[in-house]
Design a protein around this ligand. Structure first.
Ligand code: ZN
Length: 251
């Protein structure tokens, strides 16, 4: 189908919606140059992810976790919001989208102007760190400077607990508050737009299913097939910036 037709279809679905939710995965951020860790050839297919229990149990695992994070820093620092992020932010600004649920940890929705209170991060955020015990926040620049002096994994100044990026690691429980908010927003939505997720990671992939069961329209924008293509009302195998930017009128 020609892209103009697909954009027109998406415009119509968005116009008909009163309260939409956008759900984003790695695919929206790869358009900003952030690699998809889980994709074939991605970091986690070459390097085993470090399980949360190992992080807790081993100083060497903590060190390795921090080495990997700082090695990624240039990539994260260079990456800014792209056309897809800007289109999502515009839909929030217009009051069409009530919440953005994301599997991404890069903070690019906030960087594109979506208020912190509208972004629900299912896998946390990698752009800052916090103490696992008392939740005191730490900025990465300061942690990096200290780490590069002696490669000891950072400890909390307040309580001595382990400091870790504010992400949800493999083996770590899903964040209860974020999951609850995501469910409430999903149930309240009459349109659920998936952008750049293959919808294979549960429990996250349960949200579009819940939306659909609840009577919402389901739009899936993803280059590759997803686990839920068969229940989508509108399936768009396109780059997100191109199709969503076109539909919203954002460059
Ligand atoms: Zn602490």
């Amino acid at each position: 189908m020609p892209i103009d037709q697909e954009i027109a279809d998406l415009v119509r679905v968005i116009q008909q919606a009163r309260r939409a939710v956008v759900f984003t995965g790695a695919g929206i951020s790869t358009e900003s140059g952030i690699p998809d860790f889980r994709s074939p050839g991605g970091i986690w297919t070459r390097m085993a992810p470090i399980d949360f229990s190992d992080f807790l149990a081993s100083e060497e695992a903590r060190r390795e976790t921090w080495r990997r994070r700082f090695a990624m820093e240039e990539t994260f620092r260079k990456a800014g919001p792209n056309r897809g992020h800007r289109a999502v932010a515009e839909l929030v600004r217009r009051g069409k989208v009530a919440a953005v649920i994301t599997q991404n940890i890069d903070g690019l929705h906030q960087a594109s102007g979506v208020g912190e209170d509208r972004v629900i991060e299912l896998h946390g955020n990698s752009t800052y760190a916090h103490c696992l015990d008392c939740k005191t926040r730490y900025e990465l620049d300061a942690l990096r400077a200290a780490f590069e002096r002696d490669e000891s994994a950072p400890l909390c100044d307040e309580c001595g607990g382990f400091v870790k990026t504010a992400t949800i690691s493999f083996g770590q429980a899903m964040p209860v508050a974020a999951m609850r908010r995501a469910e409430i927003e999903t149930r309240a939505a009459d349109l659920f737009i998936v952008a750049g997720s293959s919808l294979v990671v549960y429990p996250a992939a349960g949200f579009p299913e819940l939306a659909k069961r609840n009577g919402a329209s389901l739009v899936i924008i993803n280059r590759e097939p997803t686990g839920l293509d068969s229940i989508a009302d509108l399936l768009l195998n396109r780059a997100i910036g191109e199709i969503l930017g076109g539909a919203v009128g954002v460059d």
